[in-house]
Design a protein around this ligand. Sequence first.
Ligand SMILES: CC(C)(COP(=O)(O)OP(=O)(O)OC[C@H]1O[C@@H](n2cnc3c(N)ncnc32)[C@H](O)[C@@H]1OP(=O)(O)O)[C@@H](O)C(=O)NCCC(=O)NCCS
Length: 167
Amino acid sequence: MELPVADGLGPLLSPVFRPMRVEDIGSIVEIEKEAFPTPWTAGAFQNELSNNHFAHYLVMEVEGDIAGYAGMWVIMDEAHVTNIAIRSMYRGKKLGERLLTELRSKANSRGAKRMTLEVRVTNRIAQNLYEKLGFRSVGVRKGYYTDNNEDALIMWADIPEERWKTS
Ligand SMILES: CC(C)(COP(=O)(O)OP(=O)(O)OC[C@H]1O[C@@H](n2cnc3c(N)ncnc32)[C@H](O)[C@@H]1OP(=O)(O)O)[C@@H](O)C(=O)NCCC(=O)NCCS
């Protein structure tokens, strides 16, 4: 039997989502290092998982391998995305889109009605993903990124209601 194919991308991958666990942090930090110029440390993730009651972190697995992760803080009816990354070998296969859609769904089930994030002004790839999922740029945080003093775009999206979902 042939697997379904997404235009020119090869077989569609079937990701599995689950909450991030402390045991994942080693793999997560490796992905973080290949994805960001100022990666979060293991201690930062440890603190998020153990001490931050607003924080929710998801891991996406493909055939048992951690292919990406994303996190957010849900405060009242707003979700603030803290980070999202796909391991480089898995990029361009619609997995970032699946992951952000799942994060948005989790935000919705926790009562969030809007989602926000910051993104480097030069990170067109991520901006394209966010725009595809309904995010719009509403402003700029000047010099937000300390490594090169780059500005951040502030983006917001309304979260579509998912009344039929229970979790
Ligand atoms: C941004 C990131 C999460 C996207 O994940 P991905 O799995 O590669 O993206 P997807 O395959 O799901 O693509 C979804 C959309 O993103 C955009 N996109 C993805 N790759 C792109 C590329 N090479 N060029 C332009 N746009 C691109 C497109 O809008 C795409 O939709 P389309 O395929 O219908 O055009 C991934 O590139 C990544 O981890 N980057 C490093 C970390 C990072 O920058 N995180 C964001 C910080 S704010």
